[in-house]
Design a protein around this ligand. Structure first.
Ligand code: FES
Length: 95
């Protein structure tokens, strides 16, 4: 029997990443974490500047760093990870 586990997401809350878009990305992530799509939760953590400001906004999902992420990109990345963890593919469709 496989066990799903929460997805670990770390979002840079340094001032540059925050101003470049993580102020919006964090709202998307909080909504996703609260809704537990596919029965999978999010463990959402903030971090300080990682020294990659020019590539921001930056965030990490399951240890993989992503750069220049906007809210649409956040949704795509997290939904892909939810599908991997939850074993269902319902990104944008439940039919
Ligand atoms: S503020 Fe995010 S890497 Fe510097």
């Amino acid at each position: 029997m496989s066990q799903v586990h929460d997805i670990h997401i770390t979002i840079c809350m340094g001032s540059s990443c925050f101003a470049r878009g993580n102020n919006r990305n964090i709202e998307v992530l909080k909504d996703l974490a609260a809704s537990r799509p596919r029965g999978v939760g999010c463990e959402l953590t903030g971090c300080l500047c990682q020294g990659q400001c020019t590539l921001g906004p930056n965030l990490m999902i399951e240890g993989q760093t992503y750069h220049e992420i906007d809210p649409v990109g956040v949704m795509a990345l997290v939904n892909r990870q939810f599908a991997l963890e939850g074993g269902h593919d319902s990104a944008g469709s439940d039919g």
